[in-house]
Design a protein around this ligand. Structure first.
Ligand code: SF4
Length: 288
């Protein structure tokens, strides 16, 4: 990793990324695509060492409180966060200034900050967004090799449930011919329902995207772990950006059916609105 002093931290939509690059090693990672013009190796994580100070100045200038989001581009709870604590320091700023927080991660490291998250949620609102892709633990170790597996993420979601912190699961991507099965979908949904997840983000039709940089990395991983599968991808999708799953339509219908039956939100627009909305919790909006 390497350190930089950033000039700004918050986007116009109140999102931030304190790290640039990631070491979780997901074989399908879009963030490593060349279009993002990262000037360093993806695993050589750039650390915005002054992020907490920048955030403090940005929040001090804000006229109204709002939700501050992180993790859309790179995971805020990579292993380096354990020593550096930059995400934690930013959460402390958010708490001190009375703002809300939401973050997206695949790591259970956020449990280190559970008391802080509880405090933010108690005073304003905090939403934990967790990505779950594969119910099969062995497959999970291959597609997301350097981060805890689905089982451990589910246990982290259960901790949030016990502590009263709302959670949302991103059930994405659906990798054609790998995790795009009914068995996988049902397995993940059962975990979500048991952990009291409030909403499930799933892109209609399922599938994944590939572009330059990401595609080469993904295909190299397929060659290593699933010999012959790359040819099937190339025959089916050529050089396309969007790779819809052949099972996508059926799985989308099933997901909507099971979510409705279990009272879990699956309308992406409504979920995003809830995540961004200050104050009201998912329960308050959707119970009746
Ligand atoms: S956690 Fe996200 S940013 Fe990190 S490697 Fe996986 S997909 Fe990429």
């Amino acid at each position: 990793m390497h350190f930089v002093r950033a000039k700004g931290i918050l986007s116009a939509q109140n999102g931030m990324n304190v790290y640039r690059g990631c070491t979780h090693g997901c074989i399908y990672c879009d963030s490593r695509s060349l279009c993002y013009q990262m000037k360093h190796d993806f695993e050589d994580v750039e650390v915005k060492e002054n992020a907490p100070q920048l955030l403090k100045e940005a929040l001090r200038r804000k006229r109204q409180r709002c939700m501050i989001a992180t993790g859309a581009m790179c995971d805020p709870y990579m292993p380096c966060e354990e020593q550096l604590g930059i995400t934690r320091k930013c959460l402390e700023v958010i708490e001190a200034y009375g703002f809300g927080a939401s973050f997206q991660t695949k790591s259970d490291l956020f449990l280190r900050d559970i008391e802080l998250l509880k405090s933010i949620h108690h005073r304003v609102k905090c939403v934990v967004q967790m990505t779950l892709t594969t119910f099969d633990e062995a497959l999970c170790r291959i597609v997301e090799p350097n981060v805890c597996t689905t089982r451990r993420r589910y246990e982290a979601l259960k901790v949030c449930q016990a502590e009263g912190i709302p959670t949302v699961v991103w059930l994405t991507p659906l990798l054609p011919f790998l995790n795009d099965t009914e068995e996988n979908l049902r397995g993940i949904l059962d975990l979500c329902f048991d952990a009291g997840v409030k909403g499930i983000i799933f892109f209609s039709g399922g599938g994944m995207t590939l572009r330059d940089g990401d595609r080469e990395y993904y295909y190299a991983a397929l060659d290593r772990h699933f010999p012959g599968l790359k040819s099937r991808y190339i025959e089916t999708y050529g050089n396309c950006y969007e790779l819809p799953s052949p099972n996508g339509y059926r799985l989308t219908k099933l997901l909507h059916h099971l979510c409705r039956k279990n009272g879990v939100m699956c309308d992406n627009g409504a979920i995003f609105t809830d995540i961004r909305q200050l104050g009201e919790s998912f329960e308050q909006i959707h119970l009746f």
